[in-house]
Design a protein around this ligand. Structure first.
Ligand code: EPZ
Length: 417
């Protein structure tokens, strides 16, 4: 089992280029199932979840060729509509093939994702909304058996709760439905905007009519296209927090600052000096880190995917802070590990109380989920001595070349077997 050896204390200084967004790439890869034409995708991050999604597409019959940083996908022989548990269980975004398979073939058997460390990850909102497009489904032995005998029929659907995945699944499905679909109370994360841009370039008829309402008119044919996936705002936010944490000075390149405005404003409030250009952000961490209270929320609120990383930063603040996790029911798995490093964090329901002025101590640690694992790296680079982080397969699901990128700006991280 691979581990990371992390030596502290370091100050990060230099330049980091952001990779493609995992959470934009996954729905876009699923959406390629709508097409029989050649699709070339650029800037996909080299991370495990992308490999898993590509294996899932191949298991459905997609032909996938790699050409350096470009992936060419063709589905003309695409005949299977079965997405197996073995693939979906390790990457919950596998449920995103349900919408396109139903749209294209009128039937699908897709494994329920199952839970993970951060929560039970239900898909009831996806299924209820798909049934409004004419889908009939049954859950049998952990699989969704779905079909739409008359094909998908456009409808007006209001999501009962904001859900990134359900919004993506329904947007993709509605692209080939007969007639018009209006989706309201949609999630509007930048990754969803990137998916919509991809689908429009593919020839789909989609228009945002209000902030959280989208209108989709089904089409019969789609085009060949090549598309460059957007940069990863969570990766960018992680490195910004790393700079603030180590009183470092980083230039983060390849990211549009506008899509992480909330995070930038919070880091400025905490005391970091930040300047930004069209496609880059320069951050200088401050000696004094001011405390702040945060609650996670759907975009444009503070992202739940940066909650663990921000918690590490607030341990170094001058006073007590609070974080409320409003999106997932169990996203404090990193707290126990941080407390073993000397943090003083207490949990009551979905609220964490974080004592400030903490001096982290190096320790042997266990990663539990993707974002928790990166928070342990952040704590370890500010801890005197050598920390070991186990189960880093969690990390490799979503951060491309993380130790290479951090070592280039002064970290001392070694991957060991
Ligand atoms: C996406 O997950 C992201 N994953 C998550 O990132 C991210 O944390 C999350 O959105 C919130 O921003 C990808 O994009 C691949 P949701 P998703 O549907 O779509 C509940 C990472 O670290 N819910 O917006 O699964 C759900 O349990 C990952 O990169 C239902 O109850 O999130 C959660 O409490 C982790 N029923 C809340 O809604 C449903 O049918 C938000 O979930 C669907 C969701």
């Amino acid at each position: 089992m691979k581990k990371l050896e992390v030596f502290g204390v370091v100050k990060l200084k230099g330049q980091i280029t952001i990779s493609g967004s995992k959470n934009a790439s996954l729905p876009i890869l699923a959406a390629t199932l709508l097409s029989n034409k050649k699709i070339s995708l650029n800037n996909l991050p080299k991370v495990k979840d992308i490999e898993t999604m590509i294996s899932l597409l191949k298991s459905l019959g997609s032909i996938v060729e790699y050409n350096k940083k470009t992936i060419n996908i063709k589905n003309n022989k695409q005949v299977k509509t079965f997405a197996s548990y073995s693939l979906v269980k390790t990457m919950r975004a596998g449920i995103l093939v349900l919408g396109p398979l139903l749209a294209k073939f009128g039937k699908a058997k897709v494994s329920l994702p199952g839970g993970c460390a951060i929560g039970t990850r239900p898909v009831d909102i996806h299924l209820e909304a798909l049934s409004k497009l004419g889908v009939k489904y049954k859950i049998i032995q952990g699989y969704v058996h779905a079909n739409a005998p008359k094909g998908l029929i456009g409808a007006n659907i209001k999501f009962p709760k904001i859900s990134v995945g359900a919004t993506e699944n329904l947007i993709i499905a509605a692209c080939l439905a007969k007639g018009k679909t209006i989706l309201s109370n949609c999630a509007i994360e930048p990754e969803i905007k990137d998916l919509v841009n991809f689908l429009k370039k593919m020839g789909c008829n989609i228009k945002w009519t209000t902030k959280r309402t989208i209108k989709i008119k089904g089409v019969n044919t789609v085009n060949e296209l090549d598309y460059k996936v957007m940069a990863d705002r969570i990766e960018a936010g992680t490195y910004l927090i790393a700079a603030a944490l180590t009183e470092g000075n980083l230039k983060i390149r390849g990211i549009n600052p506008k899509i992480i405005n909330t995070e930038i404003n919070i880091l400025k409030k905490i005391g970091a000096k930040i300047t930004q250009k069209k496609n880059e952000i320069v951050i200088q961490g401050s000696k004094k880190i001011k405390n702040i209270n945060i609650k996670t929320a759907p975009y444009p609120g503070f992202p739940t995917d940066l909650q663990a990383q921000m918690m590490v930063l607030l341990c170094k603040a001058n006073k007590k802070s609070y974080i409320r996790e409003e999106i997932f029911e169990n996203r404090f798995m990193h707290v126990a590990e941080l407390n073993r490093m000397g943090a003083k964090i207490s949990i009551k329901g979905n609220k964490a109380t974080i004592q400030g002025n903490i001096k982290f101590k190096a320790a042997e640690l266990m990663a539990t989920d993707l974002r928790a694992s990166v928070s342990l790296i952040l704590a370890a680079i500010t801890s005197k001595g050598k920390s070991i982080i186990n189960r880093i397969y969690h990390l490799d699901r979503g951060y491309e070349d993380i130790e290479k990128k951090l070592n280039k700006v002064g970290a001392k991280i070694k991957r060991i077997n």
